[in-house]
Design a protein around this ligand. Structure first.
Ligand SMILES: *Cc1c(COP(=O)(O)O)cnc(C)c1O
Length: 349
């Protein structure tokens, strides 16, 4: 039997749609290092307005966006408070420390992914020559596919502000968070994204994840903050020239791919449902588009075998700490059912 390839490694694997390619093809171009690319400028204006900020900056990657944000908030010898599992602490090679001499102060997550407010407060160092200056609280939403409760986001960011800290959101999947939140509140995802974003001084969003653009992120903030980030982006080698084709893809994604995130979330629930009741498999109920699976008991050491079996069935997945299956624009219900059946088959054999 010939299987089609179902790639569940990440929501970054999508191919641009025909309509997105047409938008890229049609984009007017200029040299963005001179501020002269109309498509980049239009995207920056669009995302800043959507999330309620004065300004935005198009970024090649989410990693560079977070790096520029942290270095625009902090000076050498400052520190940022951040979760142990946060991308801008654990998954970005320590960039803020390497390039900016900004030290992270990681905090353990609670079970729901939040950082305890008491621990945040206790981690803020006194103004004393012994200590790094605590300058910034960095949160991430969604974090490992989980939505941070909105009430918590408000409390944590208000606490940070009351202590004189800046607040940065790594919102690589902000629109997934807003979509999950909208499912509870009945509001729409765009308004919800803005509501979350407005709790922060800066927000980084990825277009290259669930929104389905090939490349690109945006960093949003005040005009003064974005001017500092712009200088750092240039220093980091992120000054792009005729980047309008990429910006047009991102702009198309914002216009057309926000609402479909709810379908990705439904597919994740479908996969979790399809894996229910398998002995040796523990499935975390997905809140958004990421399904985490742990092997238990006698199966605990078999994750490499499982991934190999799945590859043989045309199902691509990864797992560094836990197995992870991510839904996105380029998977459908049939592919999800194919994945669930292949996983089930592994445990039946
Ligand atoms: C993917 C991701 C990033 C970084 O994006 P890249 O474009 O891969 O550099 C940052 N934060 C989070 C939460 C992410 O998921």
């Amino acid at each position: 039997m010939v299987h089609k390839i179902v790639d569940l490694r990440s929501d970054t694997v999508t191919q641009p749609t025909a309509a997105m390619r047409a938008a890229m093809q049609a984009a007017p171009l200029g040299d963005d290092v001179f501020g002269g690319d109309p498509s980049v400028n239009a995207l920056q204006d669009k995302i800043a307005a959507l999330l309620g900020f004065e300004a935005a900056l198009f970024m090649p990657t989410g990693t560079q966006s977070n790096l520029c944000a942290i270095l625009a908030h902090c000076q050498r010898g400052d520190e940022y408070l951040v979760g142990q599992q946060a991308h801008c602490y654990r998954w970005e090679g320590g960039g803020a420390a390497v390039f900016g001499s900004v030290q992270p102060q990681p905090l353990a997550h609670q079970l729901d992914g939040t950082l305890d407010l008491g621990e945040i407060e206790a981690a803020i160092k006194p103004d004393d020559a012994h200590f790094a200056r605590t300058r910034l609280l960095a949160l991430e939403n969604t974090l490992g596919g989980r939505l941070l409760p909105f009430g918590y986001v408000q409390q944590a960011t208000q606490l940070a502000a009351s202590k004189g800290l800046d607040r940065h959101l790594d919102g690589a999947r902000l629109f997934n968070a807003a979509t999950a939140q909208a499912a509870h509140t009945g509001s729409d995802a765009r308004a919800g994204a803005r509501r979350i974003a407005q709790c922060f001084d800066s927000v980084s969003v990825c277009f290259s994840k669930g929104l389905g653009a090939p490349v690109g992120s945006a960093l949003c903030g005040s005009r003064a903050f974005i001017a500092r980030a712009h200088r750092i982006r240039k220093m980091a080698g992120g000054g792009l020239r005729q980047a309008g084709g990429l910006a047009a893809a991102a702009s198309h994604a914002l216009d057309h791919h926000v609402e479909q995130l709810a379908l990705d979330h439904a597919l994740a629930r479908r996969l979790a449902g399809g894996l229910a009741g398998i002995e040796g498999l523990q499935v975390e109920a997905p809140q958004t588009n990421i399904v985490f699976v742990d092997l238990t008991g006698a199966a605990k050491t078999r994750s490499a075998d499982l991934l190999r079996h799945l590859a043989g069935c045309g199902i691509q997945a990864t797992g560094l700490y836990r197995l992870r299956f991510v839904t996105h624009l380029d998977v459908d219900a049939e592919g999800i059912d194919q994945a669930a059946a292949a996983i089930r088959q592994f445990f039946m054999a």
